[in-house]
Design a protein around this ligand. Structure first.
Ligand code: EPZ
Length: 428
């Protein structure tokens, strides 16, 4: 397993480019299953989860051609509408093929997602929604067997709680259902809007994406399309926080500032100077001024993103006073806390709240990544800490960040990737 050796104490300075959004790429790739014509997707980040999704589409029978960040998916025929366990166990977002396969082929066999580090993450809302559209789903030997003979029929789906991929899965299924489907209490994330834009280009009839109520009028067939996905707001936010944590002066280019309003507000509250220097560029600067402690509560978009909670907590270890970090989306998303404490942070967990007392100097240590965003938090901590931090199991971070060590080294960081199997290490 690869490790990162991170030398702390160096400010990030310069300009860093954001890649396409992993959490947009995953649903738009699944959407290509809805048509027998080629779909050309641009800006697809070459990260591990995307590779997994591409393999899954190929397993179903689609032809997948990758040319840099442009991916063409041609699902002319789908003889194997299934998502096997050995794929799903590495990526829970495989459930995104459930709706499209049901709608396109009338059946789907998708492995139930196993446990996940950050929480139980059931998919009951996906299942209930598909049943509302006329599918029958049974669980057998760890697999969901879905049947939708004939055609799905439109219906009213009200999500008991807001679910991002649940909204995306059912929106895709509804595009080919007979009649109108209404999704109530729908997710409002930018990735949902991005998916709707692709589906509309493919001939779907969708209104209200980005609001809590989405209306889909089913059509009999969708056609191919070309679409460039949105930039990754979580990657952009991670870099903004890293710049603040290292007291640097960093421009984050190729992002959408309006996707980051909650984070920008919290960074400013903490005393970080953040400005929009171009329509697609945010700059963090201001050097060594002291940070104020700030409370955050994670919420569905447009609230503070749960995917930025761990990173922001790392920053708050350097803020003066007490910061309350409340995680409302997942029940176990504090795996980074004990690792931060090992580096010297003063953090106590009480239920869904982590209480951070600062400022506390961090010292480099050997730490272990547990999930994608906890890994990002520990990279930020390593960039701040005195001395060297060894971060193990960096395959977690490779799932969602394209060449993160190369991007960070290009703006002043010192990170070396050491392959766990070989003594070889490559200067990033
Ligand atoms: C998406 O996951 C993202 N993944 C996650 O990003 C993100 O953290 C999450 O949304 C919340 O914003 C992708 O888009 C591929 P949810 P998703 O369904 O859709 C519960 C990352 O780091 N729930 O919105 O799986 C669930 O357990 C990843 O990039 C049910 O109870 O999240 C959670 O507590 C991590 N039943 C809450 O809802 C269901 O059927 C929100 O989950 C579905 C969800």
């Amino acid at each position: 397993m690869d490790k990162f050796l991170i030398e702390g104490g160096r400010p990030l300075e310069g300009l860093i480019e954001v890649s396409g959004a992993k959490n947009s790429a995953l649903p738009v790739l699944a959407a290509a299953l809805l048509t027998d014509e080629p779909v050309v997707l641009e800006g697809i980040p070459p990260v591990r989860d995307i590779g997994t999704m591409q393999s899954l589409l190929a397993h179903c029978g689609a032809r997948v051609a990758v040319d840099g960040t442009t991916v063409t998916v041609h699902a002319g025929d789908l003889p194997r509408p299934e998502a096997p366990y050995d794929v799903v166990k590495t990526m829970r977002a495989s459930s995104l093929v459930l709706g499209p396969l049901c709608a396109r082929t009338g059946r789907a066999r998708v492995s139930m997602p196993g446990g996940c580090a950050i929480g139980a993450r059931p998919i009951n809302l996906h299942v209930n929604g598909l049943e509302q559209l006329g599918a029958t789903l049974e669980q057998d030997h760890g697999y969901l067997e879905a049947r939708a003979p004939g055609r799905l029929r439109g219906g009213l789906i009200h999500f008991d709680r807001i679910t991002v991929t649940g909204t995306e899965d059912l929106m895709m299924a509804a595009t080919l259902a007979e009649g109108e489907t209404v999704l109530g209490n729908a997710a409002r994330e930018p990735e949902v809007v991005d998916l709707a834009e692709l589906l509309i280009k493919m001939g779907a009839r969708i209104e209200g994406a980005g609001s809590s109520t989405i209306r889909i009028e089913g059509v009999t067939k969708l056609h191919g399309a070309r679409h460039r996905i949105i930039p990754d707001r979580i990657e952009a936010g991670t870099f903004l926080i890293a710049a603040a944590a290292t007291r640097g002066d960093l421009a984050v280019a190729g992002c959408v500032p309006e996707h980051l309003t909650a984070l920008i507000a919290k960074l400013r509250q903490a005393g970080v100077a953040v400005e929009e220097t171009a329509p697609d560029t945010l700059r963090v600067f201001g050097g060594a001024r002291e940070l104020n402690s700030v409370d955050i509560k994670t919420e569905e978009h447009p609230g503070f993103a749960t995917d930025l909670q761990a990173q922001f907590m790392a920053l708050m270890t350097q803020a003066r006073g007490i910061s309350f970090v409340t995680e409302n989306i997942f029940e176990n998303r504090f795996m980074h806390v004990q690792e931060l404490v090992r580096m010297g942070a003063n953090i106590r967990i009480e239920g869904r709240q982590a209480i951070v007392a600062g400022p506390r100097r961090l010292s480099g240590a050997e730490v272990i990544a547990s999930d994608l965003r906890a890994s990002a938090s520990l990279v930020i901590a390593g960039l701040m800490a005195d001395g060297e931090t060894t971060l193990d199991r960096v395959y977690h971070i490779d799932r969602g960040y394209e060449k993160i060590e190369q991007k960070l080294c290009a703006v002043g960081a010192r990170i070396r990737r050491v392959s766990g199997t070989l003594a070889r290490s490559s200067e990033a």
